[in-house]
Design a protein around this ligand. Structure first.
Ligand code: FAD
Length: 687
């Protein structure tokens, strides 16, 4: 052809450029937004989308912290795996339900609704509540539904949102199939409540829909693609959202700060400007951390919550990868099989990044998960063992739950250390829940620290009684904060003293210089606007966090407006002894500045040679004064901290104080406290 050397070189480079272009565009084609709430279909009409995608079962959830979503997805997956149904699983937030009554007659809708705060719907499900309340009798007469509520019986309005769904659906003429399920996180039985409900509802559904049950067969919702090319800018290395990927430049303000809006779907990577250990006592630690939100446009108000997006510790990641015989460097992508399925996190990514940043690999393992693994058991005897564990609640509790095993621990325990490489990675991606942000009551005041948010977190470690060396059962976020605090303060602590270790640099160094992704969640925990109103705060342990914020708020107010008059502010605080007394050095200063309007009453439950005293005991000690403040002076009551024991004991103390003071029955006193809640006179921030 008579090509000279130059022509040949030009042709070669052209060919290379075309190749590079195509492999890049192929990756870009695979690279999709991680926006888990984005609806790909143009339509928001749930019935239209269901029909367009040939779905024959509908699961809808309203979730605040991800638990209802997790159970809804588990349920949907099992319906698909056992009955070969084409299930559409969606957040109520993302669809219009106006035409719900036009669902095809053979389609049943399963509702999973969590309750938040004072019997409220999750934030994203408020339009769903509005939709339901606007229905008139008969409006939903064609709808058949199942209902599972996720709640906590230590709260007064246990499963309040789900109960209201039941009421509204009923009034609108819809027909419930199977029992109304209620999970109780307060009793720690969510998983078992779900399993009991699910078994009975599935029997009912089998009858009503004429379903044939077969052994579970995993029905992938995504087309899984392994990518042979190495890591490039298009591959997520664990960025919290696609906006943080190198090629998706996020906007920066003139001061070089990221521009939002930042919210629960797009966190701000906040610099942590200071951390300190508030106490270290035996195996207990508590960390104070300060997150700088300046330039982010995020606003917070005293009493709000900060959500921290964690990542998993090295040890747990290594065990998970080993258990499933996974290669951390493998690059993969997921392509939704239809428009009703949302990507769980930014892809393409590596297996290592997904396990570190996106999957909840620690924490208790559920019996249902074990059941879904039967199909992948590497050997017959393990299949039998898994089947037995998944069917026998007591056997499962004895072998897994009381040993505090997470998924990898449990499987390696069952197989005596043999790997589970037969479990497909795409099954794990679709079945292991997404790593969730953890919430913290903000312990600063927006009046004092406008742009800086303080949190007070007790490190969650407790010795595992089933292990010979009692190695601790560890919490993810709080151990991450502790690692960060030690590194930031360059403390000379031998690495071996920490039960788990974390990579603090983040994907592509995004968290370098001590940063973590966060978002702020609004709460209703607010001081009364009238400063003369007396305030009674009860917050033992880290429950004191928002009250530190409240007190700092009042101190600042007096500094700015010295003529302000303050009602009585009583803070009931409790700790085990004096060594775990939080912010011990700060309170005298606040007292000095607030004068007679502030008093801190402290209860210690583990002082040597002294009997145990709790905050509720201190309330009773001061019963006459408390009664007067509540009954005659309109005091606002705030309770923060442990939902199980403390909040109930404190409530009981108030019932006693009111019933004795007014000489009324405890039922009447309870009713008075209940009536105080809607007006914000009895507020709880408990967990
Ligand atoms: P996680 O990883 O979530 O683990 C939770 C617990 O499970 C830990 O105790 C862990 O040890 C245990 N665990 C781990 N593996 C297993 C297993 N296999 N079996 C059984 N158990 C296991 N906390 C504060 O300290 N301060 C606050 O101000 C505060 N405010 C809050 C406000 C709100 C509105 C809410 C909802 C919660 C608040 N919390 C607060 C609690 C906080 O959100 C976290 O739940 C807590 O810090 C634990 O998070 P973690 O990631 O460290 O533990």
């Amino acid at each position: 052809l008579g090509l000279d050397k130059l022509d040949f070189a030009v042709l070669c480079s052209l060919a290379l450029a075309v190749l590079a272009y195509f492999s890049k565009s192929k990756i870009q084609e695979l690279l999709s937004s991680d926006d888990a709430i984005k609806v790909n279909s143009d339509s928001r009409d749930v019935v239209q989308v269901l029909r367009e995608n040939n779905k024959n079962y509908l699961v809808l959830y309203g979730s605040q912290t991800g638990t209802a979503e997790d159970y809804a997805k588990k349920f949907g997956k099992e319906m698909a795996a056992k009955f070969s149904l084409n299930v559409m699983c969606a957040d109520v937030e993302n669809y219009d339900l106006e035409n719900l009554n036009d669902l095809p007659s053979n389609v049943i809708v399963s509702l999973f609704i969590s309750t938040y705060g004072e019997g409220d719907f999750p934030d994203g499900a408020i339009p769903f509540e509005d939709f339901l309340t606007a229905r008139e009798s008969g409006d939903l007469s064609n709808v058949k539904y199942t209902l599972f509520g996720l709640g906590n019986s230590t709260y007064e309005f246990f499963n309040g949102a789900a109960k209201r769904v039941e009421k509204y659906m009923n009034e609108a003429g819809a027909t419930r199939v199977g029992p109304f399920g209620e999970a109780d996180d307060g009793a720690g039985t969510t998983d078992e409540d779900f399993l009991t409900w699910k078994d009975s509802v599935m029997e009912e559904l089998k009858d009503q829909l004429g379903l044939d049950e077969h052994e579970q067969v995993f029905e992938p919702s995504f087309e899984y693609k392994q990518i042979s090319q190495g890591v490039s800018n298009e591959i997520s290395l664990g960025e919290p959202t696609a906006q943080y990927m190198p090629n998706n430049k996020i906007e920066f303000s003139p001061e070089g700060k990221q521009v939002g809006p930042f919210d629960a779907t797009h966190p701000y990577v906040a610099p942590i400007t200071a951390t300190r250990e508030l106490f270290s006592s035996g195996d207990r630690n508590c960390i104070h951390a300060e997150f700088d939100l300046s330039g982010s446009n995020i606003k917070y108000t005293t009493g709000d919550h900060l959500a921290i997006w964690p990542s998993n510790p090295d040890e747990k990641i290594a065990k998970f990868l080993e258990c499933f015989d996974l290669d951390a460097d493998t690059v993969f992508s997921l392509v939704p099989r239809d428009s009703t399925v949302k990507l769980p996190f930014p892809v393409p990514t590596t297996i290592g990044a997904a396990v570190r940043h996106y999957l909840e690999i620690t924490g208790p393992v559920s019996r249902q998960f074990i059941a879904s693994l039967v199909q992948f058991a590497p050997k017959e005897d393990l299949k039998v063992e898994l089947t037995e564990l998944s069917r026998d609640r007591d056997f499962f509790a004895k072998e897994v739950t009381v040993k505090y095993l997470d998924l990898a621990d449990a499987l390696l325990h069952i197989s005596h250390g043999a790997k589970w490489g037969s479990v497909p990675w795409n099954f794990l991606v679709e079945s292991v829940p997404r790593l969730q942000p953890r919430y913290y009551s903000i312990s600063s005041s927006s009046l004092t620290e406008k742009q800086v948010v303080h949190v007070t977190a007790v490190v969650e470690n407790f010795p595992n009684p089933s292990l010979d060396d009692h190695q601790p059962v560890t919490g993810v976020t709080t151990n991450l904060l502790r690692n960060l605090q030690l590194a930031q303060n360059k403390e000379d602590i031998q690495k071996t003293t920490l039960p788990v270790h974390f990579s603090l640099e983040g994907p592509r160094g995004l968290f370098k210089g001590y940063k973590l992704p966060v978002h702020v969640r609004r709460s209703t925990f607010r001081l009364p606007s009238n400063t003369n109103t007396p305030v009674i705060m009860i917050g033992p342990g880290t429950g004191v966090a928002p009250f530190r914020g409240f007190v700092r708020e009042r101190v600042k107010l007096l500094e700015k407006q010295p003529n302000t008059t303050l009602g009585k502010h009583l803070l009931f605080y409790g700790s085990r002894n004096t060594s775990d007394f939080l912010y011990q050095e700060e309170w005298p200063d606040y007292s000095k500045k607030l004068g007679d309007s502030f008093e801190m009453i402290v209860a210690h439950s583990r002082l040597e040679n002294k009997s145990k005293v709790y905050v509720q005991d201190k309330l009773i000690e001061r019963k006459d004064e408390i009664y007067d403040l509540v009954k005659n002076k309109g005091a606002f009551i705030y309770v923060c901290g442990d939902a199980k024991g403390m909040a109930q004991s404190v409530h009981a103390a108030f019932v006693k104080i009111l019933s004795e003071g007014s000489e009324i029955s405890t039922d009447d006193a309870t009713a008075i406290l209940k009536a105080m809640k809607p007006g914000g006179r009895y507020q709880e921030d408990v967990w």
